[in-house]
Design a protein around this ligand. Structure first.
Ligand code: LRH
Ligand code: MN
Ligand code: MN
Length: 386
């Protein structure tokens, strides 16, 4: 077997979303689980457990206002004591009545200003947490032809983003996430990578694109987008998850492991995992019916496994086959790497680094799930959106 690029695997870091530890569901029912966190502190503790057992997840993303606290510096030290740090700050302009017809794109200047101010407050939080990234995903859009002026909405969006960007510090970044539908059903104001790229480019160097793997039309060649954004130097981050139908937010690599492999191959090919690369890897998932902490453990392991497989591609042989017009030979090189079971090798690597060979089994026997179920009684379990 070809050997791993140890540096890339050693440096692999996948940020966990605080909201993955809360209860979530469909619009039909949210099922509760014993031990579900009631506070951001408990979510961070669960995330720290994932990191402790995998060594892969040293940071936790916050969503504001879901994870609002009085003092973010104190929260940062609490996280540090548990061995993790606070990461990306996600803004939220999708749960307020004022934003019914848009936030940064709204025709009413007062509403736009309110949305801008929310982002400035998020930047303030970043100053306290030491976070690098402000991630913006907008629910802005329209449902019916004629409901809004498509062009005017883009102009207002550009203006609002420019105002926010002025406040982004030298060591900070604005990452703009796109999604082709939902909740808007006709026009989404940031529907695709091209729109996100156009706005990020207009803003400047510290504005980048966030690619959420669940935010594309079925059949979209996501690895092409990855290759193109890396080529353009604008791939800022990933929100990893997987989907069968829509924005399902399932465990990354669960629905289509081969797609995850192809994406990670392009990330590696484009230098996205090299030391100093601007590409941040994050999960953006919900666990509706499965256990949440093991769900997050499984997810980071899936990313690690597919990264290892992507690193196994014999790129010299691949280039030779491509240049010789050897279609099937080239394809076989990709498939050989994809079909290689890297799990025993990764288990060995973990053990040699003082981690459990099997983090899923280690969690199951750790007693942590039982302990939090006993301890976390009273109060309100947190749920997606709170
Ligand atoms: C939107 C999205 C975005 C939000 C998160 C909760 O679908 O992917 O990243 O912040 O879900
Ligand atoms: Mn997302
Ligand atoms: Mn999403």
């Amino acid at each position: 077997m070809t050997t791993f690029d140890e540096t890339i695997l050693d440096n692999l870091e996948i940020e966990l979303p605080s909201w993955a530890f809360g209860n979530s569901g469909t619009r039909f029912k949210v099922f509760g689980t014993p031990g579900t966190p009631r506070t951001i502190h408990e979510k961070i503790a669960d995330a720290a457990k994932v990191n402790e057992l995998t060594g892969l997840a040293p940071s936790v993303a916050l969503h504001i206002p879901w994870d609002t606290v009085d003092d973010y510096r104190v929260l940062g030290s609490y996280a540090a004591d548990l061995g993790v740090r606070l990461g990306t700050i996600n803004s939220n302009t999708f749960q307020d009545d004022d934003y019914k017809f848009g936030s940064l794109t709204h025709t009413d200047k007062t509403v736009r200003q309110k949305a801008i101010d929310h982002h400035l407050a998020c930047i303030d939080v970043m100053g306290q947490t030491g976070s690098r990234d402000l991630k913006i995903w907008l629910a802005d859009g329209t449902n019916y032809p004629g409901q809004g002026d498509i062009r005017g909405r883009q102009d207002r969006l550009a203006e609002s983003l420019a105002t926010i960007y002025q406040h982004i510090g030298d060591d900070q970044r604005l990452v703009l996430e796109y999604k082709f539908f939902e909740p808007a059903t006709y026009v989404t104001d940031v529907p695709d990578w091209g729109t996100s790229y156009a706005h990020a480019s207009a803003l400047g160097e510290r504005a980048m694109v966030c690619l959420d793997t669940g935010h594309h039309a079925p059949g979209t060649n996501i690895e092409f987008i990855v290759a193109q954004l890396l080529r353009l130097g604008k791939l800022g981050s990933f929100d990893f998850n997987s989907r069968f139908y829509a924005d399902d937010d399932l465990i990354v690599g669960a629905a289509d492991p081969f797609q995850l492999f192809r994406i990670l191959f392009e990330v590696v090919r484009g230098g996205g995992l090299d030391t100093g690369s601007p590409v941040a890897l994050m999960l953006d998932q919900c666990h509706n019916v499965e256990e949440k902490i093991p769900g997050q453990i499984r997810s980071v392991l899936n990313v690690q496994e597919m990264t290892a497989r992507a690193l196994l591609v014999d790129t010299d042989a691949l280039t030779a086959a491509q240049e010789a017009g050897d279609v099937l030979g080239a394809n076989a090189i990709m498939m050989d790497a994809f079909y290689t079971d890297v799990r025993p090798m990764l288990a060995q690597r973990r053990e040699s680094r003082g981690l459990p060979a099997d983090p899923m089994a280690a969690f199951a026997t750790s007693g942590y799930a039982e302990r939090i179920a006993d301890e976390r009684v009273g109060g309100t379990q947190s749920s997606w959106g709170a």
